[in-house]
Design a protein around this ligand. Sequence first.
Ligand code: AVJ
Length: 319
Amino acid sequence: MTQTADAFEVEPFHLEFAEAVITGLSQAAKYIPTKFHYDARGSELFEDITRLDEYYPTRTEIGLLTTYGPEIAKLAGDGCAVVEFGSGSSRKTHILLEQMKSVAAYVPIDIDNGALKEAALRLKEQFPEIPLYPVHADFNQDIDLPDEIGDASRLGFFPGSTIGNFELDAAVEFLARAGALLGDGSSLLIGADLQKSLDILILAYDDAKGVTAKFTLNLIHRINRELKGNLVVERFAHKAIYNDEIGRIEIYIESLSDQTVEILGRRFSFSEGERVQVEYSHKYTIPQFRELAAKAGWQTGQVWTDENDLFSLHYLTRA
Ligand code: AVJ
């Protein structure tokens, strides 16, 4: 894409979003890439999701980190640099860092600078002795690690089953890129949500209080705010379905009527019931996830799961 900020008359900061929305809504099958959920409001709403009764992944993974933290710390060894992809509030990192005796550095990477700054403040307070090097970046793009971490061995941390947002090829690509970034001799502690019964899954992505719906529809507010959109949020709905064949939750914004909207002076039409794909959340069995990791050049080793087999935490290594 070679359009300039000028061509859209949009702030340079909003250009990437502008290009993505205009491209995505111009397709026969409309879509908006998931990462654009995470502006300040979206990051806040995602934090609210993690506290819902229906949303089991966060508390289950926190349980795993708490129970198996000492084992993880032993595997990682002393003196490693922890690099987290999509750190958000860094709530889980606190649990991990508490269990590790000496950490050379913590490098949180996040697309939302506000979340990054807030998390850094809390971390500094709780772990004043750990050097902190926040990186404000999109982990889908090429990143450089701060020079300051030197040659400390690296432990990547990618919790939350955020890997589930990627389609299979993109997940392998991400894991391979993370491997290249972290380097030989590194490890990766990564959360992967497990396949499970439909009712649990659907409720987790369509909660009674409608917080997940707000998270999805925040994209509409963001389009209106940043891209001079005139969408009426009440004319759209959050829709979560489970694709049994692929084993993933699919989230859409569904148009509730035939309608035409304007975004950056361009018109986009929706028919009643038409869907804009905004998120995938892939669910894996343990063997499926191991296969994926192996394809990306990681050796699979330890895996921890909870007693209800809701969530898995994998420890991968790279020779
Ligand atoms: C942050 C990608 C792990 O897929 O469960 C939660 C995002 N979206 N509810 C997930 C999400 C709607 C979440 N991840």
